[in-house]
Ligand binder design. Structure first.
Ligand SMILES: Nc1ncnc2c1ncn2[C@@H]1O[C@H](COP(=O)(O)OP(=O)(O)OP(=O)(O)O)[C@@H](O)[C@H]1O
Ligand SMILES: [Mg+2]
Length: 328
């Protein structure tokens, strides 16, 4: 059933820095809901030890899936063989993509052809740029859709390190893939299937393009807004508790590695199926001064002005209770 639209709300500019990066609500904008758009990490992927020059990841170790592998199939199918699983445990595939211009543009026939070809997708797959709030740190988001297959997300990100010891998002994904290979098949997280190094006409790397499954549902930030205006507070509390539980399970699965920017814009909720999914995990396992629990709680507190202190207090209690109940 369609939900009535929420009344327009002005979201004030707000910025709080943290060990996990800034939690920011969006610039003063009129939106259809008090969306807690909280762009996450400002600086993230710290790597101890030897600095590596920026944009070096185009020479990653060998292919995980051949260009023939149909990413249009569910992930479990594309990695079904024992051999493939073993290879995946070692590396996330990074391949080159040659651009006709200096900037990635999937409307360019050259780019489109390579992209779909290297992903093993049909030539008639639709690629559409994301509209509306697209996050804070990326340089573009697109969706690939085709009938009878899972939808994909393309996230264009910077390829140069902001400091010598700070990994790029793509580098950090490669690191996570090596350390936590089971993440490839973890349905709770949107883990990359492939990363493209986008090269300009002169062969210089301009960006990384992260390809990942598109998760169903909507950002928890928007979902909260709708439920608030529909006065469905008890349901909200149940979901907060489940989010806490999912986070605790995630921490247990990955040796207490932290998501790195755990807040309502990076959590998706599919109300129809009841599924909770985590996105934006490129800063996972990066040392921070805040834990995921603290970061999420702080992101809730920023909502107090819009939803009131009582709701936020209740939300925090439910979330923490859920977390405790599933902590090992
Ligand atoms: N796997 C995914 N499935 C569905 N939507 C996605 C996925 N990844 C990204 N998006 C959409 O793109 C937006 C931006 O993605 P993401 O949060 O990863 O970018 P970001 O620039 O790191 O954002 P921020 O720093 O603001 O958290 C998300 O808010 C979401 O709407
Ligand atoms: Mg995000």
């Amino acid at each position: 059933m369609a939900t009535p639209p929420c009344p327009p709300t002005i979201v004030p500019t707000m910025s709080v820095s943290s060990g996990q990066g800034a939690i920011r609500t969006s610039q003063a904008t009129i939106t259809s809901a008090p969306v807690a758009s909280m762009p996450g990490r400002e600086a993230s992927q710290h790597e101890a030890g030897s600095p590596v020059s920026p944009c070096r990841q185009s020479s990653r170790p060998g292919p995980v899936m051949s260009s023939q592998s149909a990413l249009g199939l569910p992930r479990q199918v594309s990695i079904a063989t024992k051999t493939a699983t073993a290879v995946i445990a070692q590396a996330l595939e990074v391949v080159e993509l040659h651009m006709a211009f200096d900037r990635f543009n999937p409307a360019s026939p050259l780019v489109r052809q390579q992209l779909l070809g290297k992903l093993g997708l049909p030539t008639n797959a639709a690629i559409n740029e994301m509209q509306g709030f697209k996050g804070g740190l990326n340089e573009g988001i697109w969706f690939i859709s085709m009938s009878g297959a899972m939808d994909l997300v393309l996230k264009l990100v910077r390829c140069n390190r902001i400091a010598n010891n700070v990994l790029t998002e793509a580098e950090n994904f490669t690191k996570i893939a090596r350390q936590h290979s089971s993440m490839y098949t973890d349905p709770v997280v949107a883990f990359p299937l492939k990363i493209f190094s986008c090269l300009d006409r002169a062969g210089n790397k301009r960006n990384d393009l992260i390809v990942m499954p598109k998760v169903r549902g909507e950002r928890l930030a928007e979902w909260i807004a709708r439920k608030f205006y529909n006065k469905q507070v008890p349901l909200m509390m149940q979901v907060f508790e489940r989010v806490g539980g999912k986070l605790a399970e995630f921490h247990s699965r990955y040796g207490n590695a932290q998501h790195g920017d755990f807040q309502p814009s990076n959590i998706f909720y599919d109300e129809e199926r009841g599924d909770i999914r985590f996105i934006d995990i490129g800063g996972m396992d990066v040392p921070t001064t805040e834990t995921d629990v603290q970061h999420f709680v702080r992101s809730l507190e920023l909502l107090a002005e819009t939803y009131g202190k009582q709701l936020v207090h209740q939300g925090r209690r439910s979330f923490e209770q859920g977390y405790r109940s599933k902590s090992s």
